[in-house]
Design a protein around this ligand. Structure first.
Ligand code: AHR
Length: 497
């Protein structure tokens, strides 16, 4: 049992704006992430609009997805954009060597991606091919997408059905260049980045933010080298450095841990592992604060989320996993961390949107379900473009497991665009509720996401096991007391304070 915690929100000291793209998504040519998950083709018996499945499209519109990253991931450094334009039946068949060695028929290419983003209402993040491409190939792709000049390449785009340029909001030069993107050193990569970006040109009114591929997990040497070598080189642009961190229950890539049916030990270790994100951000941000005091370089966590052993009987290269209340808590904890560092962390992409790793949506042929992570994101929609507000707790309750402990309560607050104050509360514990008192407020209404079981999840037969329920509370003796159940996430609208 825990004592009551007093929470106060400091409306007088607002922090950074929480860029809506902190809540960005990632869609890679990987497993059933795009093919079947998003794209079924016009002739599919699955109801679709121009080949995009309608159920998934509607769910993403409801989620107010702000940003889509495409085409990878590791796939990006093997992707040749010309394979994915022109008449679909004439596009080359290639092998997706990173992900299961399956045939890639290139039915989903540049035009399909941008049409999809426009239907969803999302901004766009294109990841360029540094690993197996050339400066010419990358330069022409950016020109094809963004230019309005009367060039042969732009004429080709028009012939392929798109008169107006596409809007490219972000453009990355390579992905995980320390690994699948080419096994490079930060020094070598920094030189290549400078070479490529010297020639990457887009019209004034259609300039993407340029992203350099950074490090992973505890690494800081990529941020250090890129900030030193590129920032000081003068004539090239680097708007942000990316960073990746995946949460594994065991921390071991050989046996990562199961997506369902896990013991409390792995519930705990998963949350403990995911909280390491904060140190990774502070360590890298400290380097940027020193080398870039003008705050010109963002720190984008453009891949994050849980990575478990794949579901039994599925293709190991497809990275398909179930998604439980634990994943919703992981999502919420990371969102709280990103909100705290929103000055630099202006964009992130959870991996990945549909059918891959920590997905929002799972599909099985014509069936679809929304995961607990989907609901965690949905509950945080009011945080998109809101202003961060610091929160003070009278005590920090701990969730003790064996010799280890993590915070039992995580809180994040913000002032939404309409002026209402929102608070997001997470109880990480498996068994105990946490009681909090909100002294200043007279209105509390919002949503609660929780589960009786530690691995509560939705299935195609029972797609509604886990979903948010309405929560309201009223003032009692001058303060509002809220009991946050074990294993739960709450987002509450406190009205205008
Ligand atoms: O998201 C799956 C893979 O994880 C991505 O392709 C790669 O960038 C990372 O290693």
């Amino acid at each position: 049992d825990t004592a009551r915690i007093d929470i106060s929100i400091d409306t007088q000291r607002p922090g950074a704006v929480l860029n809506k793209n902190i809540y960005g998504q990632f869609m890679e040519h990987l497993g059933r992430g795009i093919y079947e998950g998003v794209w079924v083709g016009k002739d599919s018996p699955i109801p679709n609009k121009n080949g995009y499945r309608l159920d998934v499209l509607q769910a993403l519109i409801d989620l107010k997805v702000p940003l889509l990253r495409w085409p990878g991931g590791c796939f990006a450094d093997e992707y040749h954009w010309r394979d994915g334009i022109g008449p679909r039946n004439e596009r080359p068949r290639t092998v997706n060597s990173n992900w299961g060695g399956v045939i890639e028929d290139n039915a989903f290419g540049t035009h399909e991606f941008f049409e999809f983003a426009e239907l969803v209402g999302a901004q766009t993040y294109i990841n360029g091919n540094l690993g197996t491409g050339s400066p010419k190939e990358m330069v022409e792709w950016l020109h094809y997408m963004t230019s309005d000049a009367d060039t042969t390449v732009v004429r080709e785009r028009k012939k392929n059905g798109r008169e107006r340029p596409f809007k490219v909001d972000y453009f990355a030069v390579g992905n995980e260049s320390w690994g699948c993107g080419g096994n490079m050193t930060p020094d070598y990569y920094a030189d290549l980045y400078k070479q490529y970006t010297t020639f990457l040109k887009a019209p004034e009114n259609n300039q993407p933010k340029f992203i350099a591929s950074g490090g992973t997990d505890v690494q800081t040497n990529w941020t250090q080298t890129l900030a030193e070598k590129i920032k000081r080189s003068g004539n090239v642009r680097m708007d942000a450095i990316s960073h990746h961190y995946y949460t594994l229950p065991t921390g071991d890539w050989e046996t990562k841990g199961s997506a369902t049916g896990y013991p409390e030990e792995q519930w705990f270790s998963t949350l403990q592992q995911t909280l390491r994100m904060e140190t990774f951000i502070t360590d890298n941000v400290a380097i940027l604060d020193e080398l870039d005091p003008e705050q010109e370089i963002g720190f984008y966590v453009d891949e994050w989320g849980t990575w478990y052993d794949v579901d039994k009987g599925t293709n190991p290269g497809f990275l398909y996993q179930q998604n439980t209340i634990r994943d919703a808590i992981v999502a919420g904890l990371n969102i709280h961390i990103f909100n705290r560092y929103a000055k630099r962390v202006q964009m992130t992409n959870i991996a990945q949107m549909v059918n891959v790793l920590q997905a929002m949506i799972l599909t099985d042929k014509e069936k679809m379900l929304l995961t607990p992570t989907y609901y965690a994101f949905k509950m945080h929609i009011p945080f998109q473009d809101a202003t961060y507000l610091p929160v003070n707790l009278s005590d920090t309750p701990l969730y003790q497991h064996g010799d280890d402990a993590i915070p039992a309560l995580s809180v994040s607050a913000a002032k939404a665009l309409n002026g209402d104050i929102y608070i997001s509360l997470i109880n990480t514990q498996v068994d105990n509720a946490v009681e909090v008192a909100l002294p200043q407020v007279s209105q509390v209404k919002g949503k609660l996401l929780n589960s009786r079981d530690m691995d509560g999840h939705n299935t195609f037969d029972h797609p509604d096991n886990i979903h948010p329920t309405d929560y309201t509370a009223t003032e009692v003796n001058g303060s509002t007391v809220i009991s946050i159940p074990a294993k739960s996430l709450m987002v509450l609208n406190l009205g205008q304070l």
